[in-house]
Design a binder for this molecule. Structure first.
Ligand code: COA
Length: 333
């Protein structure tokens, strides 16, 4: 039987560090407020002219491929998650494919917001298990700093988000002891407008991108923070338990939990519910903020580099985000 396994991880974050105090230049906020509510101390913003969504993804992918001992030629398919693509269309997967000179190879652009990477990993896992492809590059990449509203009006979301990219190489294996055990995906469109950006939408009376739409805030992130928070703390637990039950494990069997970096308070709540130690839960939101689809692969790559994820470990990935979407993956490393 064929399974899939993560054989390489990589990430890229822009050099430009933006601290909470830096944000006070643009909006009425404070380091104390941001740290207390979210845990975030600083985040990275891309450098215009140097970084693009796809170039960051390519840098992360090159590192992941090198660590897997592969080259872009070895990859059969790209699954690329982002909500902040370089163009409205075609997606950034095409641009990264061109950058990595993978002409002719199929690419998928998916959204799925903060759950994007786990959805992308699941897609790769299904393709590999079905035998259609042997090697997939799974990517999450975001540039959020160019569209967040950095005035006081946008402060409830602007302080949360950051830029960066992460990538995983996923390969076919026959080894049942080291593999992705299962993935679990969910969505609930009833809450679509509780965390969303309306424009550039197509279902509009006139052309998209008029000055009025910009002035009315159509391009800004709208978030009902309380609703997101309340759903997140329930769904994280549910989808983690679903993965554990599907494989006959309990929370105490988990060695490492890599949650989407939404908010340190959400991660802490989930950690306590599961009875895990701080060391077992990967948190880097303090340094990178919430990088949406990139957050899990960046956190996973860092944890692997630091030796916190080791062969034989039971690793759980879990995400919640706009849509609403929520998802988990259980991996025997
Ligand atoms: N700096 C200072 N004050 C701020 C602020 C900021 N950046 N953002 C909001 N405030 C103010 C509000 O204006 C409000 O003031 P008021 O009481 O005078 O009206 C007050 O702080 C409380 O706002 P509220 O939105 O109720 O705060 P909160 O305690 O719910 O915390 C979040 C806001 C965003 C941190 C919290 O709702 C949250 O973490 N939600 C989940 C978000 C998330 O994870 N999103 C990503 C999804 S993947």
């Amino acid at each position: 039987m064929t399974f899939s396994r993560i054989t390489g991880l990589g990430y890229y974050v822009p050099e430009n560090i933006v601290t909470n105090n830096d944000l006070t230049k643009w909006m009425d906020t404070s380091d104390e407020w941001i740290q207390e509510r979210t845990g975030i101390k600083e985040r990275r913003y891309f450098e215009y002219g140097k970084d693009t969504n796809y170039s960051m993804a390519a840098a992360a992918s090159r590192q992941a491929l090198e660590r897997a001992g592969l080259t872009p030629d070895d990859v059969d398919v790209i699954v690329y998650a982002t909500i902040t693509p370089d163009y409205f269309f075609p997606g950034s997967a095409f641009l990264m494919q061109r950058e990595l000179r993978m002409d002719g190879k199929p690419v998928f652009d998916i959204r799925q917001q903060c759950s994007g990477f786990v959805y992308a990993l699941s897609i790769a896992d299904q393709f590999i298990k079905s035998g259609m492809y042997k090697t997939a590059l799974v990517v999450g990449s975001e540039i959020q700093s160019s569209w967040i509203d950095k005035s006081t009006a946008g402060r409830n979301t602007a302080v949360i988000f950051g830029d960066g990219a992460g990538a995983a190489v996923v390969q076919a294996t026959q080894d049942p002891n080291h593999r992705i055990l299962s993935t679990h995906l969910h969505a609930d469109g009833r809450f679509a407008e509780d965390l969303f950006v309306r424009e550039p939408g197509s279902s509009r009376a006139g052309r998209t991108a008029t000055t009025e739409m910009i002035e009315e805030g159509g391009f800004n992130v709208h978030m009902n923070g309380n609703t997101v928070f309340k759903h997140a703390i329930v769904r994280f637990g549910e989808v983690i338990n679903e993965a554990l039950e599907a494989n006959g494990f309990q929370a105490s069997d988990v060695n490492v939990l890599v949650p989407h970096q939404a908010n340190i308070r959400i991660s802490d709540y989930v950690r306590q519910q599961m009875g895990l130690s701080e060391e077992q839960v990967v948190n880097n939101i303090q340094r990178f903020g919430n990088t949406t689809a990139a957050s899990i692969p960046i956190a996973m790559a860092e944890a692997w580099e630091e030796g916190r994820i080791k062969e034989g470990d039971l690793v759980c990935l879990a995400a919640f985000g706009s849509g609403f979407t929520w998802a988990s993956a259980l991996i025997k490393w």
